[in-house]
Design a protein around this ligand. Structure first.
Ligand code: 6PG
Length: 261
């Protein structure tokens, strides 16, 4: 993706309700990851936090889809995390562990799971920036191809906050002026939870081979409309970095209710 190529518009899929969004997203994820692994022998997938992943992971754990995911060639990363240990209720890794790893649903080699190393950071007495730098080192060592200097994921899964944030990149974020692949974000005060974060750079969403955004609820209908139909200004509406023709947005009807047609 070069800066001069037209961005295009995402595919929008409306589903009746949040319960339908999980299976729809899981089916899309399985398809993208299977094609990526077939094409390149490996699939690098950055998953998300928030409330949407649990329904997705439950659908991925079902035999129908589970048997189609290329677990042995899949590498799972996190787009962002709260700066808490993996077993903490606020951790973005905990839902993945609880739903996909605990009962062995996902036969994913442990070495293929790449969370932000929060526990190791805390044990070392280091800070969020050190944690983000460690993740950057792990990404560099993984040898993903790059585009305009950014690592290219096969798929980035995102939720979107009520302020239009994705990852832990909030409106006006310093992340838009950083060349770091991953960076520390101070605890936000305007959205929950108010804990420090570590996040991938939003540029990685721009260059990813595929992006999937899953949004539920009428409360986000207006911000969905703004992100997908008004002038592009990602610093004001960070989710607009996922407004391009390699992205798919799965919305329940309530979240899609502000869109024309
Ligand atoms: C996080 C997520 C964050 C989330 C949005 C949407 O750490 O909280 O990465 O970006 O995806 O806040 O969350 P919901 O889908 O739960 O509204």
């Amino acid at each position: 993706m070069s800066a001069t190529q037209p961005l295009g518009e995402p595919q929008i899929i409306a589903v009746p309700d949040p319960e339908a969004a999980g299976p729809a997203a899981a089916s899309h994820i399985t398809d993208v990851l299977a094609r990526s692994a077939a094409a390149r022998g490996r699939a690098d997938f950055a998953t998300t936090g928030g409330s949407t992943p649990v329904g997705i992971y439950r659908a991925l754990a079902e035999p129908g889809l589970r048997d189609l995911v290329p677990w042995d060639r899949l590498h799972v990363w996190w787009g962002d995390d709260r700066f808490v240990p993996r077993e903490h209720e606020l951790s973005n890794v905990k839902p993945f562990d609880d739903v996909l790893l605990r009962d062995g649903a996902a036969p994913l080699p442990r070495a293929n799971i790449h969370p932000f190393p929060v526990a190791r950071t805390l044990a070392s007495g280091e800070d969020e920036t050190w944690c983000a730098d460690e993740l950057t080192g792990e990404l560099q060592a993984a040898g993903l191809s790059t585009s305009e200097g950014w690592p290219v994921f096969d798929l980035v899964l995102l939720g979107m906050g009520p302020d239009g944030h994705i990852l832990s990149v909030f409106p006006g974020s310093e992340a838009f002026r950083s060349g770091a692949w991953a960076l520390a974000i101070p605890a936000p005060t305007h959205v929950e939870p108010h804990v420090p974060r570590v996040t991938l750079n939003p540029a990685l969403v721009t260059v990813a081979r595929a992006v999937l955004v899953v949004v539920h609820g009428a409360a986000k209908a207006e911000v969905v409309r703004e992100v997908l139909t008004t002038e592009r200004d990602p610093e004001r509406l960070p989710a607009q970095v996922a407004r391009h023709d390699r992205a798919t947005w799965i919305l329940d009807e309530a979240a899609a209710s502000g869109l024309p047609g």
